[in-house]
Structure formats: C-alpha cells, structure tokens
Design a protein around this ligand. Structure first.
Ligand SMILES: [Zn+2]
Length: 303
C-alpha cells in the first residue's frame, strides 16, 4: 500500500494505471473519498494507519462515470452508509447502469459489449453495482469540510461528464483523467471530444494551483503542471499526424487505418481495438474539419 500526504488532511492512496486509479482521501470535518478506484484493501490499510476504518467514510465523490474511477463506490456505501456525490451528468448514469453503458458506447448492439462487461466485472468488480447518487453537484459547486473547501471544475472531453476537483485550501487540483500519463489524453468513446479535451487542458493550465494530482501517475503530485499539460496536449497532434500519414499512404477505411495500431502499442484485445477505433474516428473527424481529408462513399481520402 502506497500513499502520499499532499497537505494537512489531504492524501492520495495510489491505485496507479487502469484498471485502477488513484484515490484522494480528505480527512477534515468529514472523511471524503474521491474516486474509489484504488484497491479496497489499500484504502482500508491507509485508513487504519490514520486510526479510521472504511465504516467512517462520510462521502464518496465521483469525478466521472468510468468504471476504474467508480469501482468500490457501492461497496463503501454498503459498509459505511456514506452519501454519494456526483455531477449532474454523472448522477443519472450512476443511478441507471444501462444508461452508463450506452453513454460509454456499449449499447446492446455493440459487438464487443459482452467482452467489455466481462473486462469490467473481472478487473473493476463492483462498477456495475446498482445504487443512487445522494447529492447532485452543479458546475462550480463548493462544499466546505472545516479547514478544507472543495470546488468542482467541469472539464469535458475525456467524457462529457468529466470534472476536476479543486482542493481550494491548500490550492491543489485533483485532475483525475487529465492524468499526465505517458499514454496521453484518452478520448476513446463516441461522445468523447478532442476539441473539448483541448479546452479543458487550457482551463486547468490557466488555474494558478500549487500542484496537480494525477488520477493515474504513481508519483501523483505534479508541481510544473503547466509545462506537463502542454506536452500532454501535444500527443493529440502527434497522433493526428500519424492518422493523416496512414491515410496519405493509402489507408481509406477504418479497418485499414487501425491495421497498424497508432494509439495503443498493440491490439490483441477486441475491446481495446474498439477504443482505438473510437479515438481514430475522432481524429478523422478532426482532419475533415481541418479540410485535410474528405469522406466520399465510405472512403477516407486526401483532398
Ligand atoms: Zn476516465
């Protein structure tokens, strides 16, 4: 179990890369857990080290609906009776898991839906548990926890419901899946948006924080986050150039473009091929918007 103390009463329990995530724990007037996607044993161990336990959790806040971030929410709710807080877009998806599946692109007709559900159940068990959000947060809502105030910051793109959470004192932002990983920005669902992602990166860059907490880096606190976000955003353009060169070299359909993986290093799992395809579809749309390629009778061609 690894955890970092970020400031007085602000901790991160490391979950690391997908299918887990880093979990922020705030111990103030209340015990607040943000994104319970680390190992539940690690969260238990961390709380015990603070003379607390899982039953003492008052509130769970969700940054967005991804299974690796909501994994243990209902388990903690059953143990502690904690309230669950999420934003206006996330809440109805959490309350109705079929809506969540559709939102993520896995409607009943999706050919890899079963495999994806299997992946979630094997690696993020609990994410599909039925439950309800108790407190719906609006954009920019603040909530005070004694010495610590939290404020939501809507940052769509990764998914339309994605939000960061500003920890106003001590002036740190939990950036969740604006995660600054080597992999780069993830926008692998039909409703993800490259344009919104770039705007959200700018929004966080403009904030004058003392540090950023990544949702997935094992060394989670980044102080020079403005430079790191610029490098992170550049990955989008690098990928777009790779998609364009594949098209210029004669790949004219999605299977032809995805024949050589561009985003994931290898594609042996059909679920990840689906994510790669959705990400590349966003790039093709972007290239069309930029007037560099066109789609004609199902074929993607240079203009
Ligand atoms: Zn996510």
């Amino acid at each position: 179990m690894t955890f970092y103390k970020i400031a007085e009463g602000v901790f991160v329990v490391i979950g690391g890369s997908f299918p887990k995530c880093n979990t922020v724990v705030i111990i103030a007037d209340e015990v607040v857990v943000i994104d319970p996607g680390c190992s539940v044993e690690d969260l238990r161990g961390f709380l015990m080290a603070q003379d607390l336990d899982l039953r003492k959790i008052d509130t769970v806040i969700l940054s967005h609906i991804h299974p690796d971030h909501i994994t243990h929410t209902m388990r903690l709710n059953r143990l502690s009776g904690c309230r669950i807080a999420a934003n206006e877009i996330t809440a109805p998806l959490f309350n109705e898991k079929e809506e969540m599946k559709k939102f993520l692109g896995f409607h009943k007709g999706n050919p890899v839906r079963k495999l994806w559900e299997q992946l979630v159940n094997e690696r993020m068990y609990g994410a599909f548990d039925e439950g309800r959000v108790d407190e719906v947060l609006k954009k920019g809502d603040t909530f005070g926890l004694g010495d610590i105030t939290l404020k939501t910051l809507h940052t769509p793109g990764h998914l339309p419901d994605h939000m960061c959470i500003e920890i106003v004192e001590p002036n740190i932002i939990f950036a969740s899946d604006l995660d600054l990983t080597e992999f780069g920005p993830y926008y692998g669902h039909p409703n993800s948006s490259i344009r919104d992602f770039k705007m959200s990166i700018k929004k966080v860059q403009h904030g004058e924080y003392d540090g950023l907490i990544s949702g997935h880096l094992r060394d989670p606190l980044i102080v020079d986050y403005k430079t790191r976000l610029a490098a992170y955003a550049r990955q989008i353009r690098i990928r777009e150039d790779l998609v364009l060169s594949a098209i210029l070299e004669g790949a004219n359909t999605m299977p032809e473009i995805t024949a050589n993986p561009i985003i994931y290093p290898s594609l042996t799992n059909p679920v990840f091929l689906q994510f790669e395809t959705w990400m590349i579809e966003h790039h093709v749309s972007s290239l069309i918007d930029r007037g560099l390629v066109e789609e004609d009778k199902g074929k993607i061609k240079e203009i």
